[in-house]
Design a protein around this ligand. Structure first.
Ligand code: NAD
Length: 360
């Protein structure tokens, strides 16, 4: 097998704890499969700010460009909240997504059948949930100009953010989403607010035009307010959802609750020449250092990396099977704990995944 290089960016809060477990799994897989996996760690977020004064040091960016894939933990935390926006940890994350032009964010919301009762929603609603949210990641209101807070002549203040999308930005994310749908149930729902926002009226027009190239995929459209409702009313109606940056941010967190815990959900952020994988949750400052964080979202992100960036789908399958197996064994971190199950911490959960892998 060939040699692959991965940049690990543990970041802040529980980031280092959960990335260590994913690293353990990757190291084991590499040893067993004869794959040479070069894993190096870099700085991002608050940890990078503390060390260098910059949440996204140039060195991190250079190393991210040079490697095959990046695996990130999480950034942010109360310690850095008083800082000006431009050096906040979250700027590091937005910055790396932008710099690597990671425009396509894949956020699967798949319910593990063992966790059906961990969801706050009823079993008959969530059972069978298997949705892929395709979120546009490098444009839209999180990046549009002008932005900022201005002081007006009368002394009052005006906050401004701009929602803008170009045809080419919509075309490329639509194409990614149609390709994803093609490999699944061939159903794509584009979510917008075309009745109110001109930028998403264009979004709808362009998605329809791209859809002509994919006659085998059934395309539908939904306004975002309805989509938020439909997701918890009947999630099984969805296969793939494609939407803008902010709508995708919100809807994918909502979808995560269908599956029981935010600690279970991985994500991939893909560009044409780079890719970054991370759990969808944040740095969880409330549980940092307690050894209770769920590492499975990060381990499943590593599985997505094996599949999408390293072209090793059989190893990705093995990791996903191992995660299923530890859930079958009844092991649970506190966020997914259920009566009658065995409560374990972060390290024990990582060890259990490695043990399950060695049984496969
Ligand atoms: P969060 O996702 O960090 O935490 C929300 C809740 O989920 C908390 O109760 C936390 O304990 C729990 N949780 C999250 N991940 C978990 C895991 N792996 N195992 C068990 N429980 C878990 O969101 P937040 O509290 O809104 O934000 C905290 C910080 O994280 C903020 O600074 C925010 O900006 C940052 N953040 C970063 C990212 C990222 O790095 N991608 C994403 C979201 C938030």
């Amino acid at each position: 097998m060939s040699s692959k290089s991965i940049l690990l960016l543990p970041g802040d809060g529980i980031g280092p704890e959960i990335v260590a477990e994913a690293r353990k799994v990757l190291t084991w897989l590499a040893q067993q499969s004869g794959l040479t996996l070069v894993m190096e760690e870099g700085l991002i977020g608050g940890a990078a700010y503390d060390a260098t004064g910059n949440p996204l040091p140039e060195e991190t960016l250079q190393r991210a460009r040079a490697c095959d894939a990046v695996l990130l933990g999480a950034v942010g935390g109360p310690k850095w909240e008083p800082l000006p926006y431009e050096v906040r940890p979250e700027r590091g994350l937005l910055g790396i997504r932008k710099a690597l032009d990671l425009y396509c964010n894949l956020r699967p919301a798949k319910l593990f059948s063992q966790l059906v009762d961990a969801s706050t929603l009823k079993r008959e609603v969530v059972e069978g949930t298997d949705i892929m949210v395709v979120r546009e990641l490098s444009s839209g209101i999180y990046f549009g100009q002008p932005r900022g807070v201005q002081t007006l002549a009368d002394g009052s203040r005006l906050g401004i953010n701009t929602l803008s999308y170009s045809t080419s930005e919509i075309e490329r994310i639509a194409r990614s989403a149609f390709e994803v749908a093609r490999k699944r149930q061939k159903k794509l729902c584009s979510v917008d607010k075309a009745n109110v926002l001109e930028a998403t009226e264009l979004w709808r027009e362009v998605v329809i035009a791209v859809g002509k190239e994919y006659p085998d995929v059934a395309l539908s459209h939904m306004y975002v307010d309805n989509a938020a409702m439909q997701l918890i009313r009947n999630p099984r109606q969805f296969d793939v959802i494609v939407t803008t940056n902010m709508f995708g941010d919100i809807l994918s967190d909502e979808a995560s609750m269908l599956t029981g815990s935010i600690g279970m959900l991985p994500s991939a952020s893909l560009g044409d020449t780079a890719a970054l994988y991370e759990p969808i949750h944040g740095s969880a400052p409330d549980i940092v250092g307690l050894g209770v964080a769920n590492p499975l979202a990060t381990i499943l992100s590593a599985a997505m990396m094996l599949r999408h960036s390293l072209a090793l789908p059989e190893l990705a399958d093995r990791v996903e099977t191992a995660v299923n197996r530890v859930l079958d064994q009844g092991l649970r971190t506190p966020d997914i704990m259920q009566t009658g199950m065995q409560k374990v911490g972060t390290v024990a959960m990582g060890d259990a995944v490695v043990a399950a892998l060695s049984e496969s």
